[in-house]
Design a protein around this ligand. Structure first.
Ligand code: MG
Ligand code: ZN
Length: 188
């Protein structure tokens, strides 16, 4: 049972939770970034629910299957001390054919995964947190009352910051990594 009105942190996966690499096809490729598990414990101790939201177009590209991704997330969940409430992903890519090809409403920067979380988990966006290393992670929050943190722990920071500026978006905060993003959020 979740508590309505509680706070939720929506976290990107690659480059935020685990080391950024082009595609993770096997659990052995997961390398957690420093301080992540402890940061999730601090969120949980403050009654902030944790939801992972991630673009996984490797499925549309045929690099791995839904089952393969579920296996990666099973391992990730164990390594994260089972703290996240859910792992929501977009398997699509507009430039590919097949069952996961074509346009969709869940590939970031669209906000589909956030609305999916709202529908499935009874979470609210009010006073919530969104953390990501790429412009499209942050842009998904542009019409929602989430505090956004751009972390430097993944994709090259300057290029992503430029994309944000081009879109007229300013993150609420910039942090080196998830651990310091959580310090900022909980310490406000
Ligand atoms: Mg990322
Ligand atoms: Zn999608």
């Amino acid at each position: 049972m979740t508590t309505p009105g509680g706070r939720t942190a929506f976290l990107d996966r690659d480059g935020t939770i685990n080391r950024e690499q082009s595609f993770i096809t096997h659990p052995d490729q997961l390398v957690l970034l420093p301080g992540v598990v402890e940061a999730l414990h601090r969120l949980a101790a403050a009654d902030v629910r944790i939801v992972i939201v991630t673009n996984q177009s490797g499925i549309a590209r045929g690099l791995y299957t839904q089952t393969g991704l579920a296996r990666v997330h099973e391992t990730l969940h164990q390594r994260l001390d089972r703290l996240p409430l859910a792992y929501l992903h977009c398997p699509h890519h507009p430039d590919f054919d097949g069952p996961y090809g074509g346009p969709c409403t869940c590939r970031k920067p669209a906000a589909g995964l956030l609305h999916e979380a709202e529908g499935l988990l009874d979470v609210s966006f009010e006073d919530g947190l969104l953390v990501g290393d790429s412009a499209r992670d942050l842009l998904m929050a542009k019409d929602l009352p989430l505090r956004t943190v751009h972390v430097r722990s993944g994709k090259p920071f300057a290029a992503e910051a430029e994309k944000l500026a081009a879109a007229g978006f300013t993150a609420d905060h910039v942090a080196d990594d998830l651990a310091t993003a959580v310090d900022w959020y909980l310490g406000r």
